[in-house]
Design a protein around this ligand. Structure first.
Ligand SMILES: [Fe+2]
Ligand SMILES: [Fe+2]
Length: 192
């Protein structure tokens, strides 16, 4: 199991089971357009999954909300065409998620759709789209912010200066900067 060497740490214990179930689901079901990607691999998505679940647990989210975060983490970079900014990969991945739910009779979650769709856009745009959508509430904004922080915390894979921590949105994520670096180190010692 990828990241098995960190799952027994106290921070991960409460979400270990969730992570294991979702990681297996991603491995078996989600198809990535850029399998040879250097920066946007399944291992990136697995670390984002773990980080999102940790923040979600610390924020006392419901099980449904944690599942919504997990789905966003697994799908968000699955429809990249290149490793650059590739604006639009969020909307492509959101469509993939939507179609996947329809084809597999999975419950479609609109919060997940919005998180994926706008994760590659400015916060201001993402937040305004979420608050003006008819079905989502400020919980949707909170999920979007948690998701973007989890994705951002894995930017240390780009280099030691890959993340400017002042742009993090939640206090929980700011407290997880050292953990994110450790996670990255440990992930190179474990099998994907
Ligand atoms: Fe992305
Ligand atoms: Fe990402």
């Amino acid at each position: 199991m990828f990241l098995a060497n960190i799952l027994n740490e106290p921070l991960c214990q409460p979400i270990k089971k969730n992570y294991e179930v979702w990681y297996k689901f991603m491995e078996e079901n989600i198809e990535f357009w850029l399998p040879d990607s250097e920066w946007h691999t399944k291992t990136h998505c697995a670390r984002v999954l773990l980080l999102a679940l940790v923040i979600g647990h610390q924020k006392s989210l419901s099980d449904e909300e944690k599942d919504a975060l997990a789905m966003a983490a697994m799908f968000h970079d699955s429809r990249r065409l290149d490793d650059g900014i590739d604006k639009g990969h969020g909307s492509r991945a959101a469509e993939y998620y939507k179609n996947y739910c329809a084809e597999h009779h999975l419950l479609f979650d609109e919060q997940t759709y919005y998180m994926i769709y706008y994760h590659d856009q400015d916060d201001a745009l993402g937040v305004s789209e979420i608050v003006t959508s008819s079905s989502l509430t400020e919980r949707g904004v909170l999920l979007y912010q948690i998701f973007k922080d989890a994705d951002a915390l894995d930017r240390f894979r780009l280099g030691p200066d890959g993340l400017n921590v002042i742009f993090l949105r939640t206090e929980e994520a700011r407290q997880l900067v050292d953990f994110a670096k450790e996670l990255l180190r440990k992930s190179s010692e474990t099998n994907a």
